[in-house]
Design a protein around this ligand. Structure first.
Ligand code: TRP
Length: 336
């Protein structure tokens, strides 16, 4: 059978500042997905135009991110790795989908509402791109007849929207779009901030001590972990309970993800130790993990001509697929 594997699509916005939360929630699984799915890994540079500022060097960040994908085990001979803006079909489908989407449904997207709140307070850049953002994401997904999208909780609503729009289109024009399902990975889909474990760890957090960055100097990680919020249970006890013990639970999630050990096993191993010792163990493991990742990252990052070759070949493969499919969409609505 040709093409029997389900198609999986994933993307992150290019930023040299990806966090350990991005890794644990998203990129950690990318390498093993390649054995079971036909994978497309995209660098969503068009999405990052929504938050562009003059201190951000997009071109450099795209290459940083590409090197990071490779360091995380994405293999260009198994998967299609490409840069969103290199495949113009994404923008084209975005326009088409926008004509099948309602102002009201986009206004209800939680991420947009939150961004709008934050940016209104700073009287900043609430551009239309922020509003349209989920539709570009829908285009990314639908363009490749994707079956599965690994999503964290925060992107689940965008995937629902994608299904709704696809369904609406299909009702009018026949079964053109494949309805994508979410692939929710069990643990660690949402790593929380270190100083405030009730909110998500965000790479754009202004308080840098909240976030462990994948490419940061390992020496600065020690203090961040040391200062991470725990709780005042006496005697201290290490177990997972997101409501009663958000700080400890978050640290357990991090440790579990980078050691590949179940949380229940960790709870047994760590039984009876002090929080300070628990943090030392976390630092040991996080630093080993970061060291290895950063070494591999640098090997790739120092070879720009290789990175550009990967991007070029990925774009050719992605264009081939998306061009064919976009023609089907266009001809269904009479644009051919
Ligand atoms: N919006 C996603 C994020 O910020 C990135 C993204 C863009 C994406 N296109 C996608 C994720 C398609 C999954 C599928 O994390």
């Amino acid at each position: 059978m040709i093409n029997s594997k389900p198609i999986l699509f994933s993307a992150v916005q290019p930023s040299g500042n990806l966090s350990i939360g991005n890794y644990i929630g998203t990129m950690r699984h990318w390498s093993s997905f390649q054995d079971n799915y036909e994978c497309l890994y995209c660098i969503a540079d068009l999405h990052s135009l929504t938050t562009l500022n003059k201190n951000f060097f997009l071109k450099k960040s795209v290459l940083d991110t590409l090197a990071l994908y490779l360091a995380c085990g994405v293999n260009p001979t198994k998967s299609i790795i490409f840069i969103q803006s290199h495949v113009y079909q994404h923008s084209q489908l975005h326009w088409i989908l926008s004509c099948f989407s309602q102002f009201g449904e986009l206004s209800r997207m939680t991420q947009f509402k939150n961004k709008r709140k934050i940016e209104e307070n700073c009287v900043e850049n609430i551009n239309i791109g922020l509003f349209n953002y989920p539709l570009l994401m829908s285009s990314d997904i639908l363009l490749y007849q994707t079956n599965l999208v690994p999503v964290g909780k925060d992107q689940k609503q965008h995937l629902e929207l994608t299904r709704n729009i696809a369904n609406r289109f299909n009702l009018l024009y026949g079964d053109i779009f494949t309805l994508p399902d979410s692939l929710i990975t069990k643990n660690g889909s949402k790593i929380m901030s270190l100083l405030d474990p009730t909110k998500k760890m965000s790479k754009s957090d202004t308080i840098k001590n909240n976030v462990i960055f994948l490419l940061e100097d390992i020496s600065s990680v020690f203090l961040k972990i040391k200062n991470a919020v725990t709780d005042s249970e006496t005697p201290p006890k290490i177990y997972y309970d997101i409501k009663k013990k958000p700080g400890i639970s978050n640290l357990l999630e991090i440790l579990s993800a980078i050691t590949n050990k179940n949380i229940s096993i960790l709870e047994k191993e760590l039984d009876g130790i002090m929080y300070s010792e628990f943090k030392n163990i976390i630092f040991d493991n996080v630093s080993k993990f970061l060291y290895k990742l950063q070494k591999s990252y640098l090997d790739y990052r120092n070879d720009e001509s290789y990175l550009k070759k990967i991007a070029k070949e990925g774009a050719i493969k992605a264009r081939l697929k998306s061009e064919k499919f976009l023609k089907r969409v266009s001809s269904a609505i009479g644009l051919d």
